[in-house]
Design a protein around this ligand. Structure first.
Ligand code: TPW
Length: 568
């Protein structure tokens, strides 16, 4: 006699969703297609948010900034080959910026890929991904999905955070597995990013170096913002009385209006300081690699970083402090009283105050002007004055002049509220970061965009309108990349490489998707539109007309070559 015993089964699709939810992940950013459309549908049906994008790079950027804001990996889901490649730029950027994210892509079957038999969207994605991310895994058996997701989560957030690639062949998703076995295969990641305490002797060495400093300086990097050790970092700055410089995404750890902020005297303090404490800030190109005329006199560095190999990356580090930033700053605080460190010399603080006063007066003179049409300064003054009323606003910023000037003109008052082109200086993060910040925080976002930078992700205005996100995009429209005045030297009909359609109306773009468009030609119009848009809490775009002659081109290598400069 046979007994028909019904065995409850599940499949790879459900197991991926169960594994993510089992680890408290509730949102996926992605773009559907073969073989992951049903995975997206199922995720939504099972109560997760699936935010569908128009280009995978923007979905990846949204996942990356969600990871930076929450310390949980943001999830980006794409189709194979071209969809995976579109997401790869965001994965590489996340790894470069130490944002935890996981790019999950469907892929072709191993047996076809390895024999290069020409599958639909065939690519050896795992090997393509490896050089551009922190870790890469592939899962071939449904019973391994739980451990695969767990490994990806731990790899993304432990140690120095970064991007992880997880390769899911189409057949895996369709595989069935007995439900009880599936449930038991799930893995809840315990203590994914364990604290890493610094060695006591390294703390003593750092405090001793500070004790001998006459002109100390603290440099806060975005790693300090990511650490979410805000109170201890503020206490360390305030109890030592040491002036500090925030890198752009560390702005707001202490309010930019704080008396110890040395931002308005940046060049002076970098050149004159004798001991510099780097907190989650790497001595890369953004800090002139810690040497040369930017840094003037020889320095001694205390460096706090979770990666021991970051030490001496560019210059010798006199006091390496290896561990997670919260533990390292906490250890310095605990040892402060016993270290007998005096407050910085009044001469040092007085010299900084004087330089701040001079530079603030120069900037005020630039900001007080009201040229017609607007320039970067008058437009940014207008935005600064409105955003002062919204200290918790999320600010996204990219461009060249738009990025450089906004970084010093728009003040931040709270940590992890400014999201920009970061370590790579990449363009195109705008709308993805804006969507990621709006979805993650549930709060309003203002994106201040150069017109070229906006163009990289502008189609996501439809995504912003579709999910009715409170995102106000301000396009600094100066008719081109850096500026809009270059001409084709041949007199031919093609415009110059850096020039766009003159007087474009980006505000009409968002109206096509039901959003609110504003056209602003004066700082007053800009301020009124921005205040109205933030209050409305709906998708909006302000086309801010900027003088096309106002911009300067950054990093023009030909200027370094006298011969080519002479030909101009
Ligand atoms: C993915 C990528 N491709 C190109 C570039 C090179 C670049 C750096 S800044 C920039 C845009 C500058 O024009 P924009 O109008 O946005 O700015 P503004 O001067 O404020 O008016 C480009 C194209 C980078 N960094 N990343």
């Amino acid at each position: 006699m046979t007994h028909n015993v019904s065995v409850e089964v599940t499949d790879g699709f459900h197991l991926v969703i169960d594994a993510l939810k089992h680890n408290d992940i509730d949102t996926i950013f992605g773009l559907v297609g073969i073989p992951i459309t049903d995975l997206a549908r199922l995720a939504q049906a099972e109560g997760m948010r699936f935010i569908g994008f128009r280009h995978e790079q923007n979905a990846g950027n949204a996942a990356a900034i969600a990871g930076y804001m929450t310390k949980k990996p943001g999830i980006c889901l794409t189709v194979s080959a071209p969809g995976f490649l579109n997401g790869l730029t965001a994965l590489a950027n996340a790894t470069t910026n130490c944002f935890p994210m996981i790019l999950i892509s469907g892929s072709s079957e191993r047996e076809i890929v390895d024999l290069q038999q020409g599958d639909y969207e065939e690519m050896d994605q795992l090997n393509v991904a490896r050089p551009h991310c922190k870790a890469a895994f592939r899962v071939l058996k449904a019973e391994d999905i739980g451990i695969g997701i767990a490994r990806a989560i731990r790899a993304a957030v432990s140690g120095r955070p970064g991007g992880v690639y997880l390769d899911l062949p189409a057949q895996l998703l369709a595989q069935t597995i007995e439900a009880g076995h599936a449930q038991r295969s799930l893995v809840k990641v315990i203590d994914a990013a364990p604290r890493q305490l610094p060695a006591p002797e390294s703390v003593e060495r750092a405090l001793a170096l500070l004790k001998g400093a006459k002109k100390p300086l603290i440099l806060l990097g975005k790693g300090a913002a990511y650490a979410q050790a805000d109170a201890d970092i503020r206490a360390f700055v305030e109890r030592t009385g040491i002036p500090y410089l925030p890198m752009s995404m560390a702005k707001g750890l202490l309010p930019d209006t704080h008396a110890q902020s040395a931002s308005a005297a940046r060049s002076f303090v970098l050149a004159e300081a004798d001991v510099v404490v780097l907190v989650g800030a790497r001595l890369n190109w953004l800090l002139a690699h810690g040497k040369g005329k930017t840094w003037g006199k020889p320095k001694q560095f205390v460096q706090i970083d979770i990666a021991p190999t970051e030490m001496d990356s560019n210059v010798a580090i006199a006091a390496p402090l290896v561990g997670d930033i919260g533990s390292c700053v906490g250890a310095l605080l605990a040892g402060l009283d016993g270290a007998g460190i005096d407050k910085p010399d009044e001469e040092w603080l007085g010299a900084i105050a004087q330089r701040k006063e001079q530079n603030t007066a120069k900037m005020a003179a630039l900001l007080d002007r009201n040229p017609v049409p607007m320039n970067f300064h008058s437009a940014l003054r207008s935005i600064r004055d409105v955003l002062k009323e919204y200290p918790d606003i999320n600010l996204v910023n990219e461009g060249a002049n738009t990025l450089d000037f906004a970084r010093s003109i728009i003040d931040q008052y709270q940590p992890r509220k400014r999201f920009d082109s970061g370590t790579w200086g990449i363009m195109g993060i705008g709308m993805g970061f804006a969507i990621g910040a709006a979805v993650t925080s549930g709060k309003p976002v203002v994106a201040v965009e150069g017109d070229s930078a906006f163009g990289f992700s502008g189609m996501e205005l439809e995504t912003i309108c579709r999910y009715e996100l409170p995102v106000t995009t301000i396009v600094f429209n100066n008719n081109g990349v850096y500026r809009g005045t270059d001409v084709n030297p041949t007199g031919g009909k093609d415009v110059a490489p850096t020039v766009f359609v003159k007087n474009a109306r980006y505000d009409k773009m968002i109206e096509a998707f039901g959003g609110i468009g504003y056209h602003a030609t004066t700082p007053e119009e800009l301020a009124r539109a921005l205040s109205e848009a933030i209050a409305a809490g709906k998708p909006a775009l302000i086309n801010a007309v900027i003088d096309e002659t106002a911009g300067t081109e950054s990093g023009r290598l030909t200027n370094l070559n006298p011969q080519s400069a002479a030909k101009k």
